[in-house]
Design a protein around this ligand. Structure first.
Ligand code: GDP
Length: 425
C-alpha cells in the first residue's frame, strides 16, 4: 500500500499545500491529522487561488476522499465558511469527498475567546497566537473537557454534556479573566447553526481508512505547520499545541498501527516565521523587506508580515531528523533570483562556541547565526522544468542543502502553480 506524509521541516508556511495539491493526483485518500484553522495552505490551480485552513488540500482532485482525522481541532464555524467559499468557486464538497472523524473533538465557542483573553493578559510577551482558539482547545482536549463530533448524533446527551462544560468554563471566563459568561442559548444556536451542517460528514473514518488500506488504496497525510512548531520537539513554548510530526499521522488519522513509507519534508529556499519566539537567522531592515516582498511573505490566515531570514541549515537538519524525511521538496527557489550572493546560515554561535546542532529551546535566545554566502544565479527560474536546465549555481544551492542535511531533494519548486516544478529522478 502506498502511504506518504507531506510535512513541514521548519516553522510552517513551507509550501506544503502546493505539494499536497500536486501529489494528491496519485492518491485515493488525503488526510489532515492535526491542527485546526490557525494556519493556511495556499493552493493555486486551474480553478483559482485558495487558502485552505482546515480542509485537506486534496479537495481539488476528483475521486479523492478527504478526511479530517481525530487529531484535528474541528472548528465547525471555520469549516462551514471554508466549504462555502469553495462552493462559490465551483468546488463542491459533499459526503462523497469529505469525511470527518466521529472522534474529532469540537472547538467550542469559548476557545477562540479564551485565546484572545490570554494573549491580552500576556500583554507585551504574547505567544503570537493566531487567536483561533487552538491552544485552549488542545488544553481542554487533554483535560477531557470538550465534545466529540460523534456526540452530535446524541442530542440529549450532547446538551447535558455542553451544559456541564459551560458551567465549568464560565468559572474561568468570569473568575480568571473577568469576561462575560457564555450562555446556554448561545451554545444551542452554535449547535443549530454550525454543528448541524457538518453532521452529514461525520463518520467512523478509522473504518474508511482500514478499508482503503485493505484494498491497497493509497493514502496521503497532510500536516499543518512544521517540525519546529511541534509541541514536544519544537521551540517550546512558541510552538503550536499539537504534534506536527509525521510520526503522529497514524494516531491523528484513525490508523494508529500504520507505518508510513514515504515522508516528503517541505523546505522553503529561505526561512520564514510567523509570530513570536526565537528566530536565530532573522534578517532586519531593507534586506528583510526585499526578501519579504520577493516572496510575498504575509500570513495566509492573518495577513501578518512574516519574519524572514536565509536558509537555516541547523534548524533544517533538525527538522529533517525529527520528521524522518525520506525526500525533500525545496520550494520558492525562484524567489532568490534577485540576489547576487545568497546568505545561508551554516551554524549557531552560542557563548563563543560554534555548533551545527539545534540547541535546547532556552539556549536559542543567545544563539547567533554563522552566515556564509553562495553565488546567486542571476536569472528567472520560473519557466525551468528540468534539472539540467537549472543554472549551475541553482543546482549547487540544492545539492548544498542535500549534503548538509543528509536527505535527497526530489522536488524543486519554482513557482506557485501546480506545474512549476522540477522532479528529479
Ligand atoms: P503551507 O502552509 O506550507 O502550505 O504554505 P503557505 O501556503 O502558507 O505558503 C506558501 C506560499 O508560497 C503560497 O502562497 C504558495 O502559493 C507559494 N508558493 C509555493 N511554492 C512556491 C514556489 O516554488 N515559488 C513561489 N514563488 N511561490 C510558491
Amino acid at each position: 500500500m502506498k502511504t506518504c506524509a507531506v510535512v513541514g521541516i521548519n516553522w510552517g508556511d513551507e509550501g506544503k499545500g502546493r505539494m499536497v495539491d500536486l501529489l494528491a493526483e496519485d492518491y485515493d485518500v488525503v488526510v489532515r491529522y492535526q491542527g485546526g484553522g490557525n494556519a493556511g495552505h495556499t493552493v493555486v490551480n486551474e480553478r483559482g487561488r485558495f487558502a485552505l485552513h482546515l480542509l485537506p488540500s486534496g479537495v481539488f482532485r476528483e475521486g479523492v476522499m478527504n478526511i479530517l482525522g481525530n487529531g484535528v481541532a474541528l472548528d465547525p464555524e471555520n469549516l462551514m465558511a471554508e466549504i462555502e467559499t469553495l462552493a462559490r468557486a465551483g468546488v463542491e464538497i459533499g459526503a462523497e469527498n469529505l469525511a470527518i472523524s466521529e472522534r474529532a473533538s469540537l472547538l467550542l465557542p469559548w476557545h477562540r475567546r479564551l485565546d484572545e483573553l490570554e494573549e491580552k493578559r500576556l500583554a507585551d510577551r504574547p505567544y503570537g497566537s493566531t487567536k483561533q482558539g487552538i491552544a485552549p482547545f488542545y488544553a481542554d482536549k487533554a483535560a477531557k473537557k470538550t465534545v466529540l463530533a460523534g456526540e452530535l448524533f446524541h442530542p440529549d446527551e450532547l446538551r447535558e454534556h455542553l451544559a456541564a462544560l459551560l458551567a465549568w468554563k464560565n468559572l474561568t471566563l468570569t473568575g480568571v479573566y473577568g469576561a462575560e459568561p457564555v450562555t446556554m442559548e448561545e451554545l444551542d444556536a452554535w449547535v443549530r447553526d454550525w454543528c448541524e451542517p457538518i453532521k452529514p460528514f461525520v463518520r467512523d473514518t478509522g473504518r474508511i481508512l482500514r478499508e482503503a488500506a485493505d484494498c491497497g488504496k493509497s493514502i496521503l497525510f497532510e500536516a499543518q505547520l512544521g517540525a519546529l512548531r511541534d509541541i514536544d520537539y519544537g521551540i517550546v513554548p512558541y510552538t503550536t499545541s499539537s504534534n506536527t510530526l509525521a510520526a503522529y499521522a497514524p494516531i491523528g488519522s484513525g490508523l494508529p498501527t500504520l507505518k508510513i513509507r514515504e515522508i516528503v519534508g517541505v523546505v522553503k529556499a529561505y526561512s520564514t516565521c510567523v509570530g513570536e519566539g526565537p528566530f536565530v537567522c532573522e534578517l532586519f531592515g531593507a534586506e528583510a523587506e526585499r526578501l519579504r516582498e520577493a516572496g510575498a511573505e504575509y500570513g495566509a490566515k492573518t495577513g501578518r508580515p512574516r519574519r524572514v531570514g536565509p536558509l537555516d541549515l541547523v534548524a533544517t537538519r533538525y527538522g529533517v531528523e525529527m520528521q524522518g524525511a525520506t525526500a525533500l521538496a525545496l520550494t520558492k527557489l525562484d524567489v532568490l533570483s534577485y540576489l547576487d550572493e545568497i546568505p545561508v546560515c551554516v551554524g549557531y554561535e552560542i557563548g563563543g562556541k560554534i555548533t551545527d546542532r539545534f540547541p535546547f529551546p532556552t539556549e536559542l535566545a543567545a544563539a547567533k547565526p554563522v552566515i556564509e554566502t553562495v553565488p546567486g544565479w542571476g536569472c528567472d527560474l520560473s519557466g525551468v522544468r528540468k534539472w539540467e536546465d537549472l543554472p549551475e549555481a541553482a543546482r549547487h544551492y540544492v545539492t548544498m542543502l542535500e549534503d548538509a542535511v543528509g536527505c535527497p531533494v526530489t522536488y524543486v519548486s519554482v513557482g506557485p502553480e501546480r506545474d512549476s516544478l522540477i522532479i528529479r529522478e
